[in-house]
Design a binder for this molecule. Structure first.
Ligand code: PLP
Length: 387
């Protein structure tokens, strides 16, 4: 139905999916089965138990692998399930280099789960390749990247970072959740493993939690499959179906997310009540040039600092109507949140401010509503906050 020569818009709709052979059903059926009949002991027809494999999941995995330009995809019950599976590759005494501003849940599994198992983590400024190089040790086995980062939208040079990892014989894995494969394909830039929270842009409708790993390596894929089956953090067929439905519209949604975010970032940048805007699409953003090289567009996430106090910023995020006050991101609906008392509340204030996460910082997941309604909503909320 589709070939690798087709463009991503075509592959997003067709890759991994053929009409059902028996019934002609166009859409991948939701195979709500735990087990499968065997024609004789050990003679199964490709599937034996749904933790090990499920046809709806297979279609999703093939679709995601195709979109990332990779050979193999594996789906998990959450983005964290996918991240955990990469960490399953490591052993006590191994060392990991990662960013000081990685997603909070990733920071938590690193420090509160895997440090207990005697893994060591170095958190560095990943925008500086020299810092990555300096953090490498004899015991380093994994470089874990995220770009753009949350919530300051810092940009990591994926090709440069992967090059350093490989010089040291270290695996390079990247969380591509913020960009999605429509905007950034890290395997082409030298990464070994791409990780996703499908919960975000790929699902796209805030109605599922799932994750994925994509790689070109047969050996890594085999190990990921082993951990899928042995650890069991696999998604059910309903969630796989929803994620597959999401990928079909990923390109059109992302185009609108990017277009709206660019308009809003430019508008905020000119607003007298706003101190700073963090959006890689703005030329003044320190990562703009690298983002322009390694991404096809700049994404739908942005942050800004209100010229005001923590309380005024709290008023702003409580006053919006088109933007819903909520954590998470990547859905068709616009979300707004204030990192200081919400997503980053666990970080002591001094440390948080030193990392650039000021009290009045506001993060926005720009949805695909009409951009004029989004801007009017932000305008009235800013006025209400600082009046
Ligand atoms: N990676 C990033 C960048 C995220 O923002 C999140 C969740 O917010 C995750 C991973 C974890 O994904 P999930 O919530 O699907 O477990």
């Amino acid at each position: 139905m589709t070939s690798d020569d087709h463009r991503i818009e075509t592959r997003a709709i067709h890759a991994g999916q053929e009409p059902d052979e028996e019934t002609g059903a166009l859409m991948t059926p939701i195979h709500a089965n735990s087990t499968y009949v065997q024609d004789g002991p050990g003679e199964h027809r490709g599937y034996e138990y749904s933790r090990t494999g499920n046809p709806t999941r297979t279609d999703l995995e093939e679709n995601l692998a195709n979109l990332e330009g990779g050979e193999h995809g594996r789906a998990f019950s959450s983005g964290m399930g996918a991240i955990n599976t990469v960490l399953n590759l490591l052993s006590a005494g191994d060392h990991v280099v990662t960013g000081e501003d990685v997603y909070g849940g990733t920071h938590r599994i690193f420090t509160q789960v895997y440090e207990e198992y005697d893994l060591e983590f170095s958190f560095v400024d990943m925008t500086d390749l020299d810092e990555i190089e300096a953090a490498m040790r004899e015991e380093t086995e994994l470089l874990w990247l995220e770009t753009p980062t949350n919530p300051l939208m810092s940009i990591v040079d994926v090709e440069g970072a992967a090059g350093i990892a490989h010089e040291h014989d270290v695996l390079c894995a990247i969380d591509n959740t913020f960009a999605s494969p429509y905007l950034q394909r890290p395997l082409e830039l030298g990464a070994d493993v791409v990780c996703h929270s499908l919960t975000k842009y790929i699902g796209g409708h805030s109605d599922l939690v799932a994750g994925a790993l994509i790689t070109d390596s047969d050996e890594l894929d085999e190990r990921f499959g082993f951990y899928q089956n042995s650890v069991g953090a696999t998604p059910g067929p309903f969630d796989c179906f929803l994620a597959l439905r999401g990928t079909k519209t990923l390109p059109v949604r992302m185009d609108r997310h990017c277009e709206n975010a660019r308009r809003i970032a430019t508008w905020l940048d000119d607003h007298a009540g706003v101190d700073r805007v963090f959006y890689p699409g703005l030329e003044a953003h320190p990562g703009h040039e690298i983002a322009a090289e390694q991404m096809d567009d700049f994404g739908g996430m942005l942050s800004f600092e209100l010229d005001g106090t923590l309380e005024e910023a709290s008023t702003l995020v409580s006053e919006t109507e088109v933007f819903t006050l909520a954590e998470s991101l990547g859905g068709v609906e616009s979300l707004i949140e204030q990192p200081a008392p919400m997503t980053h509340a666990a970080i002591p204030r001094e440390e948080r401010v030193a990392a650039g996460l000021t009290d009045s910082l506001i993060r926005v997941s720009v949805g695909i509503e009409h951009v004029d309604d989004q801007i009017a909503d932000l305008e009235q909320a800013i006025e209400a906050a600082v009046e």
